[in-house]
Design a protein around this ligand. Structure first.
Ligand code: GLY
Ligand code: MN
Ligand code: MN
Length: 440
C-alpha cells in the first residue's frame, strides 16, 4: 500500500500546548527536560527516543535539551539546546542550535544547553512555584535542587525562591489524556501502518517459518510506512507461546495446527499504535481454536460497544469479562453461574489482565484511571486499547482440545462525540476475513 506523506510539524500546535500548560499553572515556572542518551555498550548508544512530555510541549527531537516555561500574565517559553557545532555535525548530523530552534519552533528565547546551570537560578528567582518532575532521575533531581539552593542563597539580597514545588507531570498527564486533532491524525496514520504490517505478517505466515521471520515482516512494513520504530517489543508467539503474556523471544518455528498471536504496533512521529491479532499458522482455524476465538471476538465487540462519552473507564472491561466468562463456562473451563465465576475470580486462570490502557505518546499512556476513588468517565479525544484475551495453559483439568490455545484481539479506539472510532478497524479479525486473506 502507499502511504500519505508526513506533513512537517506545525510549531503552532506545540505553542498552543505550552500556552495551555501556562494557563493551568497560573503562575510560576516549569522545567521539562528531554530524555538522556543511553549507552548500549562501549561507545554504541540505544536508538535515541525523546521524552514524551518534552516532545508534547516542543516537537523538538534532539537530545540534550530542556524547556523552561514561565507562566503568568505574559507567559514565556525558553529552550536550552545543543549549540551548532560543525565538527560534531559532520559525525552525527544536523542540529538546530538555539537561534534556528527559537525561530523554527516558536520559542521566546533559546540558549546553549551549556548555559543551563548558570542561567537557571535567575529564572527561578521570585517565582512562587516550581513545576518539575522529581524522583525518576537522581542526577536531574540533584541538579534542580542545586539551582533552588542557588536562589535560596540570595535571600538576603531580597530574592525569593519558589515556595511550592509541584509535579508538572500531573498537569501534563491530564492534558495528554485528551488528544487534539494533530495527535488523532498522527495516531490514525500510525494505526494504518500497523494494520498493513499485520496484514503483511498474515500473508507471510506458513508452517515451517520462524517467528523471527514474521517479526521481520512487521518491522519491514513499519519502516516502509515511515514509522521510526516499534512502539514496544513485538510479540510473535506461536502455539503455547501465546499463553506467555510478555513473550518476546520470537525464536520458535511455526507449526501447522497452531495459532500465531502477534502483538505489534509501530511508533510514528512519537505516537504509538498497539494491535493484536491471533490467526492459524496454516490459514484455517480448527474447530476448538475457532470456539475460543469467537468468544474473544464477541467479548471485544461487547467491550468496544461500551466505549462512548460518559461511560466509566471500567465499563468495557466489565462487558468483556461477562462475555468471556459465559464462554469459559460453555467450554467447560469454569463451573457455575456467570455471576458466581465473576464473583470468585476463577476466570482469572484464563484471563489475567485488564481489557485496555490509554494510548498515545506512550503505549501505556499518561492519565489516571480513577479519580477520587471513582473510575474516570470517557470523554471525546481519549484513546484506549480494547484487548480481551483467553489463555488456556494445559493442565488444571483443561479439556485436551483447548490446551495451549492463547487468543488476544486488540484494537485502538478513540472516543468521539457520539461513540467511538476504531483506528485499527482495517486489520482483519473475523474468522472469514482472516481465512480469506490467508488463502491468497
Ligand atoms: N503491547 C502492549 C500491550 O498490549 O499492552
Ligand atoms: Mn495494549
Ligand atoms: Mn498490545
Amino acid at each position: 500500500m502507499a502511504y500519505p506523506p508526513t506533513a512537517a510539524p506545525d510549531p503552532r500546535v506545540y505553542a498552543a500546548r505550552r500556552a495551555r500548560l501556562a494557563q493551568r499553572m497560573k503562575h510560576g515556572i516549569a522545567i521539562v527536560p528531554t530524555a538522556p542518551e543511553r549507552t548500549r555498550n562501549r561507545d554504541s548508544h540505544y536508538p535515541y527516543r525523546f521524552d514524551s512530555y518534552f516532545f508534547y510541549l516542543t516537537g523538538f527531537v534532539e537530545p540534550n535539551a530542556v524547556l523552561v516555561l514561565i507562566a503568568g500574565a505574559q507567559p514565556r517559553s525558553v529552550l536550552f539546546c545543543r549549540d551548532k557545532d560543525k565538527e560534531r555535525e559532520i559525525w552525527d548530523g544536523f542540529r538546530y542550535g538555539p537561534d534556528a530552534a527559537r525561530s523554527v519552533f516558536g520559542f521566546d528565547e533559546a540558549y546553549n544547553i551549556a548555559e543551563l546551570d548558570a542561567r537557571m537560578p535567575a529564572f527561578l528567582a521570585d517565582q512562587p512555584q516550581l513545576g518539575c518532575h522529581l524522583g525518576s532521575d537522581e542526577a536531574w533531581d540533584t541538579r534542580v535542587l542545586g539551582w533552588l539552593n542557588g536562589v535560596r542563597m540570595q535571600v538576603r539580597a531580597g530574592i525569593a525562591a519558589p515556595e511550592a514545588i509541584t509535579d508538572v507531570h500531573a498537569l501534563l498527564d491530564d492534558m495528554r489524556l485528551i488528544k487534539d486533532a494533530h495527535e488523532l491524525d498522527t495516531m490514525r496514520r500510525a494505526a494504518q501502518i500497523s494494520t498493513a504490517a499485520h496484514q503483511r505478517a498474515m500473508r507471510a505466515t506458513a508452517p515451517g517459518r520462524g517467528e523471527h521471520e514474521i517479526e521481520a515482516e512487521l518491522l519491514h512494513e513499519f519502516r516502509r510506512g515511515g514509522a521510526q520504530s516499534p512502539a514496544y517489543t513485538s510479540i510473535v508467539a506461536g502455539g503455547a507461546n501465546a499463553c506467555v503474556l510478555h513473550y518476546v523471544q520470537n525464536d520458535a518455528v511455526l507449526k501447522a495446527g497452531d495459532l500465531l498471536l502477534i502483538d505489534a504496533g509501530c511508533e510514528l512521529d512519537g505516537y504509538a499504535s498497539d494491535i493484536t491479532r491471533t490467526f492459524p499458522v496454516n490459514g484455517k482455524y480448527s474447530a476448538a481454536q475457532r470456539e475460543v476465538y469467537e468468544i474473544v471476538l464477541a467479548a471485544q465487540a461487547a467491550a468496544i460497544a461500551e466505549v462512548s462519552p460518559g461511560a466509566e473507564w471500567n465499563a468495557p472491561h466489565d462487558a468483556a469479562v461477562r462475555v468471556l466468562v459465559r464462554g469459559m463456562i460453555d467450554l467447560g473451563l469454569c463451573k457455575g453461574s456467570v455471576d458466581a465465576v465473576i464473583e470468585s475470580g476463577d476466570y482469572r486462570r484464563f484471563y489475567m489482565h485488564r481489557t485496555g490502557h490509554w494510548l498515545g505518546l506512550d503505549v501505556h499512556d499518561a492519565g489516571d484511571y480513577k479519580r477520587d476513588g471513582q473510575w474516570r468517565k470517557l470523554e471525546p479525544g481519549m484513546v484506549l486499547t480494547v484487548e480481551p484475551g483467553c489463555y488456556i495453559q494445559a493442565g488444571d483439568g483443561v479439556p485436551a482440545q483447548y490446551a495451549n490455545i492463547g487468543v488476544r484481539i486488540e484494537d485502538d479506539v478513540a472516543v468521539t462525540a457520539t461513540g467511538n472510532e476504531v483506528l485499527t478497524q482495517a486489520a482483519p479479525k473475523t474468522v472469514a476475513d482472516i481465512e480469506a486473506l490467508m488463502r491468497v
